[in-house]
Design a protein around this ligand. Structure first.
Ligand SMILES: Cc1ncc(COP(=O)(O)O)c(C=O)c1O
Length: 402
């Protein structure tokens, strides 16, 4: 569609990657184009297309590269993130691994914010250490990045707001330091769905999303996506993708593309519902602390206001210290919240944050047990009523054991 680059993001989400009308008519969204084998008109075309693909163009000569549905989704995400190109991966974690393997070689070093999605540490232990790649965890709010950069540092890997406690990082400042020293900057942008935060415009070279969450938005797809700011990075990450033999199913690409069309309205409601739950929790006598950057009292609020245009449905809160078992009792008493490890779908979820995961975050001050909520699209009064009842169950149990 011509002129789409100048349109607002809502318009781009609706139209990006739409199919051309063939013979004067066609479907609104891209059909699911499933294939393993791609056919060619003749050997010269086969050779020419292969040459273009190995030269870095987005041309499919085999099913693993993904065809029309994949390309439409990549175009939509690249438009959303303001990137040069987006590359799909079979899960959010595989997108992270793809970036780490494409940007780091044996003997090289990466600095990683210590409040990062915890399985990154598993990738480090199970894979990177075996290949002589060193990840070093640091506190972006407390440590001086400049002094931590070594001659072998190739990558600064961040996530903002972070997992579990939503620490907001000063990406423009961190990226400026890294860029001055020739270090690539990658950040996990899953929390904002790419809609409320533009890491590439703030200095990152690479933005990663678990499309499993808000992009797909319906808890029925596993998908990751890497968006880069240059042809050189697209080539590097594309070559690593090929070498790893990764592939994404066309049905999953289609479901994610369908999710993207409604991202703006879904996220607005997640934000609105989560803010009202966060405000409710912050007034609650049985809550020691609420973690949600859109609340004025959150330590990351000023940075969030400066760099973000909205907030997600993730809200965490801490019970007061000295109430062992409160989180599990609370979660078990909920009716509308399912117990589930993921987030970003239409439904509300609750999970206790494991103490050993919280201990990895230098901002964690070690108060009581922490519950992570994902606030879905249910009516906020129903959710507040459910939370109220669960707090009542915890209070009764405390009274009985006093
Ligand atoms: C911030 C963040 N990044 C990445 C991932 C990994 O995504 P996936 O589950 O699709 O591998 C998750 C999953 O929970 C996540 O919360």
């Amino acid at each position: 569609m011509s002129g789409l680059d100048q349109a607002h993001v809502q318009t781009r989400l609706v139209h990006a990657g739409s199919p051309e009308l063939n013979g004067g008519a066609g479907p609104v969204n891209v059909p699911v184009v499933r294939t393993s084998t791609v056919r060619f008109a003749d050997t010269a075309t086969h050779a020419a297309l292969n040459g273009r693909r190995t030269g870095g163009e987005r041309v499919a000569t085999y099913g693993r590269h993904g065809l029309d549905t994949h390309q439409a989704l990549e175009a939509a995400v690249a438009s959303l993130e303001g990137g040069y190109r987006s590359i799909l991966a079979p899960s959010g974690l595989s997108a992270i691994v793809l970036v780490l393997l494409a940007t780091l070689a044996p003997g090289e070093h990466a600095l990683v914010s210590d409040s990062v999605y915890s399985p990154v540490r598993r990738v480090d232990k199970a894979l990177l250490q075996r290949y002589g790649i060193e990840l070093e965890y640091f506190s972006p709010g407390k440590d001086d990045l400049e002094t931590l950069i070594r001659p072998t540092t190739r990558l600064l890997y961040l996530e903002s707001p972070s997992s579990l406690l939503y620490e907001v990082l000063d990406l423009p400042a961190l990226a400026a330091t890294a860029r001055r020293r020739g270090v690539l900057v990658a950040t996990d942008n899953t929390w904002s769905g790419g809609l409320y935060y533009q890491p590439l415009a703030l200095g990152a070279h690479i933005s990663i999303q678990a499309a499993t969450k808000y992009l797909a938005g319906h808890s029925d797809v596993m998908m990751g996506v890497v968006t880069v700011d240059s042809a050189e990075l697209a080539q590097r990450i594309g070559a690593t993708y090929d070498a790893l033999g990764l592939a994404v199913g066309a049905d999953d690409a289609y479901l994610t593309l369908r999710g993207i069309r409604t991202l703006d309205v879904r996220l607005a409601r997640h934000h609105q519902n989560a803010l009202s739950v966060a405000q409710y929790l912050s007034r609650h006598a049985d809550v020691a602390r609420v973690f949600y950057p859109a609340l004025p009292q959150d330590p990351g609020h000023a940075l969030w206001q400066r760099d973000f245009s909205g907030a997600s449905g993730l809200v965490s809160f801490a019970f007061p210290a000295g109430q062992p078992g409160a989180a599990a009792r609370f979660i078990d008493a909920l009716r509308y919240f399912s117990i589930g490890a993921s987030w970003g779908g239409y439904e509300s979820l609750a999970l206790q944050a494991a103490p050993e995961r919280l201990a990895e975050h230098s901002i964690w001050e070690g108060t009581g047990e922490v519950v992570r909520l994902h606030i879905g699209l249910e009516h906020p009064l129903d959710l507040a009523g459910d939370l109220d009842r669960a707090f009542g169950v915890v209070r009764d149990a405390l009274r009985r054991s006093a």
